[in-house]
Design a binder for this molecule. Structure first.
Ligand SMILES: Cc1cc2nc3c(=O)[nH]c(=O)nc-3n(C[C@H](O)[C@H](O)[C@H](O)COP(=O)(O)OP(=O)(O)OC[C@H]3O[C@@H](n4cnc5c(N)ncnc54)[C@H](O)[C@@H]3O)c2cc1C
Length: 307
């Protein structure tokens, strides 16, 4: 992992930096590249725009690691509101939640109850709830809550990170649930004992896991979504899916708002099912630092806005 990436990921955890920088106009301008606005209405309008191009959306309110039960319940209520508005506007929109935003660190059972309440509301709106994967210390509990939620509802999916050494084992253990899995490379600062450090290794692991997911999908044992902007990987996935004769419906490609926008539209035109993850909310600092860490060259974009 490069020094720039490590520093940016460390900065993402700084409460002081978040407080100092969040209100700076140059940074707020730079952030707009990755989110259409801070409020839900902006995210819904963006989702409607994508829908016109045949692209679905996944909405996520930024925030993580809440420390009070009241705050977690408020997050649940705001997501319920988002789901109601997705339903009212008949948008092809899912939501994606971080369990620590729903109070995982405060009360595990209450967090599961919030998750189930959202899945129920999502079902009414024709929607779906994705669970983000956070730092490696949360993987066991995230998968445990996913399993419990999946036992009750089928419109819940979970993210797995290819950079973790354990992920193949996790994937295999989830297969009896015919799970919806969003495979990503992984965005956090993890020690070499738990995560591959070299990009080549992470990419190799992604290819292996994607292949396994496509094989399982062809047998109806998984519903994969590939969360990546890596066009080489996506081309490989498409070829492999065609070889396995799994239809375009057998998998989805998910990308982030503001990254590879032209390619998102081109893939959708080509018949690939594409969704764009649209973030909103005021707690964007840690999330934005992770976006910069993924491509430290993005820092120049911030500097340009500063100048
Ligand atoms: C829909 C979705 C959901 C995600 N959910 C999670 C999650 O729950 N947990 C988690 O740990 N991670 C999550 N991630 C982030 C993921 O782990 C990676 O950090 C991120 O996607 C970058 O990896 P990549 O696959 O795009 O490949 P990379 O090899 O990093 O990038 C490939 C190419 O894409 C472009 N690119 C990638 N990132 C950026 C960027 N920030 N700015 C500009 N260009 C860029 C560049 O051209 C780059 O060369 C998610 C990503 C997506 C797309």
């Amino acid at each position: 992992m490069s020094l720039a990436r490590r520093l940016l990921l460390r900065a993402s955890r700084s409460v002081w930096l978040a407080r100092e920088l969040r209100r700076r106009a140059f940074l707020r301008r730079a952030v707009r590249r990755f989110m259409p606005g801070e409020d839900l209405a902006a995210a819904l309008d963006a989702a409607a725009g994508f829908a016109r191009d045949g692209i679905g959306a996944v909405l996520t309110e930024l925030g993580e690691q809440v420390t009070h039960a009241v705050e977690a319940a408020a997050v649940r209520d705001r997501y319920r509101d988002a789901l109601d508005r997705i339903g009212q506007r008949a948008l092809p929109g899912h939501i994606s939640v971080k369990l620590t935003h729903l109070g995982l660190d405060v009360d595990r059972d209450a967090c599961l109850a919030h998750l189930l309440a959202l899945a129920e509301r999502a079902a009414g709106a024709g929607s779906f709830v994705w669970i983000d994967m956070e730092e490696s210390r949360y993987v066991d509990v995230t998968l445990e809550l996913f399993r419990r939620a999946r036992a009750a509802r089928d419109n819940v999916g979970v993210c797995l990170q290819a950079y973790l050494r354990r992920t193949l084992e996790d994937l295999v253990s989830l297969l009896p649930l015919a799970p919806a899995i969003r495979l990503v490379k992984g965005a956090y600062n993890e020690p070499p004992a738990v995560a591959f450090a070299r990009k080549r290794e992470v990419d190799g692991c992604y290819v292996m896991l994607a292949d396994r997911l496509l094989q399982e999908a062809a047998r109806g044992r998984a519903r994969p979504a590939f969360g990546t902007h890596d066009l080489r990987l996506i081309a490989g996935i498409r070829e492999r899916a065609a070889a396995l004769r799994s239809s375009g419906d057998g998998y989805e490609v998910h990308m982030l708002y503001g990254i590879r926008a032209a390619e998102q539209r081109a893939l959708a035109r080509d018949g690939v099912r594409v969704r764009v993850l649209i973030s909103y909310g005021t707690h964007w600092f840690p999330w934005y630092m992770r976006r910069l860490a993924e491509r430290p060259a993005n820092v120049w974009f911030v500097v340009r806005n500063l100048l």
